[in-house]
Design a protein around this ligand. Structure first.
Ligand code: NAD
Length: 298
């Protein structure tokens, strides 16, 4: 079992820490928020006085923070974990951040003689709690070999996608496709409603025909056909619309920096931006079907 430092005990980090403790690891954690620290303590973590202190004696330091600037501020802090850990410590950033910041984090770790991985997740709070996350991992093979078994304590699928930043790259490509496919699914069901089709009849066709996709078969945005989807629970997330907008914005940033023409990704970003501004940021992203109906006159 490993000695692990953990920084960022929010909606995702809290339950991830709990699974590490359950697996028998010794975890020392820190969060800026007192409530999150209390939750981390209740989950069995020891709480450190600051982010740098979590790395004392740690073999692995995990971060689960909101965005690239938070991760880099922790990595660059002269009193932070990168400067207090023993050489050769493995740093794993599980946050969803932009590819450029992820590569900078790897570079900072390398200069401090540490090993590093970017390992963003999919599966949401439900997956974090159940320990069934998918990890998309970037970094050197020796870093992956060290980190894989610990990631397996928090997830069920661990994919080594390539070198530095490859995990973040895979995550934003997947989520751009998901954002687009959910809007397209919303349009298909809204059109079906106008044409007099029942939700179940349309689901029975699409789920076994050439339009089939995860947004239909596992996360159908209308109540009924997939009982566990957020549509059956007044669109409680799940995966909030504000997080989908964040991921689409990261994808579009990457598209711009690589001169890739992602016309549908850009349109999806505009639709989610409008949906968020209209007061739906906290709803599940599949509630975007409401935007389709609103644009169609209600
Ligand atoms: P969150 O806002 O609930 O938690 C982030 C935590 O980081 C907060 O508790 C905050 O106090 C803490 N924090 C911020 N800066 C810090 C610092 N410098 N030092 C210590 N603590 C600090 O966010 P979350 O939902 O747990 O998401 C975390 C990451 O996971 C994000 O990058 C998000 O995009 C990604 N993600 C979230 C979901 C989801 O469904 N919530 C799904 C997949 C990926």
């Amino acid at each position: 079992m490993a000695t692990i430092g953990f920084i960022g005990l929010g909606n995702m980090g809290g339950p991830m820490l709990a699974n590490l403790v359950r697996a028998g690891h010794q975890v020392t954690a820190y969060d800026l928020s007192e409530a999150a620290r209390d939750a981390g303590k209740a989950a069995g973590g020891a709480i450190a006085a600051g982010a740098g202190d979590v790395s004392k004696g740690a073999e692995i330091v995990i971060t689960m923070l909101p965005a690239g600037r938070h991760v880099l501020s922790v990595y660059q802090d002269p009193t932070g974990p990168l400067h207090q850990a023993a050489p050769g410590t493995l740093f794993i950033d599980c946050s969803t951040i932009d590819v450029t910041s992820a590569r900078s984090a790897h570079e900072l770790a390398r200069r401090a003689n540490m090993l590093s991985l970017d390992a963003p997740v999919s599966g949401g709070v439900g997956g974090a709690t159940a320990g069934t996350l998918t990890f998309m991992v970037g970094g050197a093979p020796e870093a992956f070999a060290r980190g894989e078994s610990v990631l397996a304590n928090m997830g069920k699928k661990i994919v080594h996608c390539g070198g530095d930043g490859a995990g973040q790259a895979a995550k934003i490509c997947n989520n751009m496709l998901l954002g687009i496919s959910m809007i397209a699914t919303g349009e298909a069901f809204a059109l079906g409603e106008r044409l007099g089709l029942t939700h179940q009849a349309l689901f029975d066709v699409i789920s076994t025909a050439s339009g089939q996709c995860w947004s239909v078969t596992s996360y159908c945005p209308v109540p009924g056909p997939v009982p566990a989807s957020p549509a059956n629970n007044d669109y409680k997330p799940g995966f909030a619309a504000e997080l989908m907008l964040k991921d689409l914005s990261l994808a579009l940033e990457a598209a711009q920096s690589t001169a890739t023409d992602c016309a549908l990704g850009k349109h999806a970003q505009e639709i989610y931006a409008r949906f968020n501004t209209a007061g739906h940021a906290g709803e599940d992203f599949s509630a975007v079907i409401r935007d389709v109906r609103a644009r169609s006159g209600g």
